[in-house]
Design a protein. Structure first.
Length: 421
């Protein structure tokens, strides 16, 4: 790689980090909207988890079409369209709040995630090929650290803006007269409308910026085939490490989102911390903040230690922490569940890059498969919601516990796959 190319790649990576930040911010904001809309619409845990279900189902529905679209309009075009779609979705939150319509909220979440899916399909593989193949995991982990910066800041600001207005119970609402009810509903609507109008403006601005930027053309097919493999399999589905990697992405996102979605409610439990919603929402930042710190550290560690070994270690650490949370109480259980965020840090980018290793001309298809597997964030939180309604929030954490057990297995296996080809 020439110096000029290196400098071009460095500049492009710097610009791409803004995408990782914004979609991290938007995704983590869901953790604040879940308890807010649960209270506003008096929903059960299962019904509230439909928010994450609709959001992450979009990854499954839209990943393959997004992959085809990126093949037609390239990485840059995919980024621009993805930003525009996400910006349009943010505008949908305005009528959803004004009309007090939960179905319209769910529609807005699906459209929003569709735009983010296109961003993921465009940006993640772009980062993996934007430099040397042997440092792909480290490079993607570093850019994902800025994704974690977004997920760290979002709960704090979301708590200040969205959870600042106390939600009244159904009995309290019945006691309001027509004027008081109108004022209350307007305040609740504005708490959601204003943050998402600001997000829409930011997303459209970013789309305009990327439209005028010049990003380097990368031939991922030539680079990866020449550096890694010369086999000629007909489909990405024929690579076992990709298929098992897709399962790992499914359970990782499902486990991470399950924990994040229930944190506000869990920290509000009398036997844990008994925190009011606004205060509990701020503590969610520690969960995502741990992932941010871990990614910066992990990017350096994986320059020296095999990514699969780091992945297995982090997953087993997460297993221990979740188990401690299920068996503990008070502030101990609070600290252990928040500490899982640190273990999550390197998981997504490491699984993603390990699963794409050696796919050559099938890298695009493999990326679409992995992004489709993000649907785990739709399925597993909903499943955990069902168990939370029946056996309580704390015991329902067995769902992410099982997820991390599988990820530790994948990390261990990946060391053998890459060692033996």
């Amino acid at each position: 790689m020439t110096y000029s190319n290196h400098k071009s790649y460095l500049g492009s990576l710097s610009v791409l980090t803004s995408l990782f930040f914004i979609w991290g911010f938007i995704t983590a904001l869901n953790d604040i909207l879940v308890p807010h809309l649960k209270a506003v619409f008096t929903l059960s845990y299962t019904e509230a988890m439909l928010i994450q279900f609709c959001f992450f189902t979009a990854y499954f529905v839209m990943s393959v079409p997004s992959g085809y679209l990126v093949e037609k309009i390239d990485y840059k075009g995919g980024i621009i369209v993805g930003l525009a779609v996400a910006g349009t979705a943010c505008l949908l939150f305005y009528p959803a709040a004004a009309l007090h319509s939960y179905p319209l909220f769910l529609t807005a979440f699906f459209v929003l995630a569709s735009g983010i899916t296109l961003l993921q399909v465009s940006a993640n593989p772009y980062v993996t090929v934007l430099g040397a193949a042997e440092t792909a995991s480290s490079r993607l982990t570093l850019t994902q650290a800025f994704n974690s910066l977004g997920t760290t800041l979002a709960p704090y600001f979301g708590s200040l803006l969205i959870l600042s207005t106390a939600v009244k119970s159904a009995d309290e609402i019945k006691l309001l007269n027509a004027e008081e009810l109108s004022i209350y509903q307007a305040a609740e609507a504005a708490a959601v409308q204003n943050p998402y109008l600001c997000l829409a403006a930011v997303l459209f601005f970013m789309a305009a910026i990327f439209a005028v930027l010049k990003l380097p053309k990368i031939n991922a097919e030539t680079q990866q085939e020449s550096e890694i493999t010369e086999d000629d399999r007909a489909s990405a589905w024929q690579y076992s490490h990709l298929v098992l990697g897709a399962v790992a992405i499914f359970v990782y996102v499902g486990g991470e989102v399950s924990i994040g979605s229930f944190l506000v409610s869990f920290l509000g439990e009398p036997g844990i911390a008994g925190l009011p919603e606004q205060e509990a929402g701020k503590y969610v930042s520690f969960y995502w903040g741990g992932a941010m710190v871990g990614r910066f550290v992990g990017a350096a560690v994986m320059q020296k230690i095999h990514p699969g070994k780091v992945l297995a270690f982090n997953a087993l650490s997460a297993v221990s922490l979740v188990l401690a949370t299920m068996l503990g109480s008070g502030h101990f259980a609070m600290v252990t569940i928040l500490a899982v965020g640190l273990c999550n840090s390197i998981m997504f980018p490491t699984i993603f890059s390990l699963a794409l290793t050696g796919l050559g001309r099938h890298t695009g298809q493999g990326s679409g498969i992995l992004c489709a597997a993000i649907v785990g964030g739709a399925v597993l939180p909903l499943l955990q919601g069902v168990f939370a309604d029946r056996i309580g929030i704390q015991h329902a954490f067995f769902i992410p516990l099982l997820c991390y057990l599988y990820i530790s297995y994948y990390g261990y296996r990946s060391v053998r796959w890459l060692r033996h080809g």
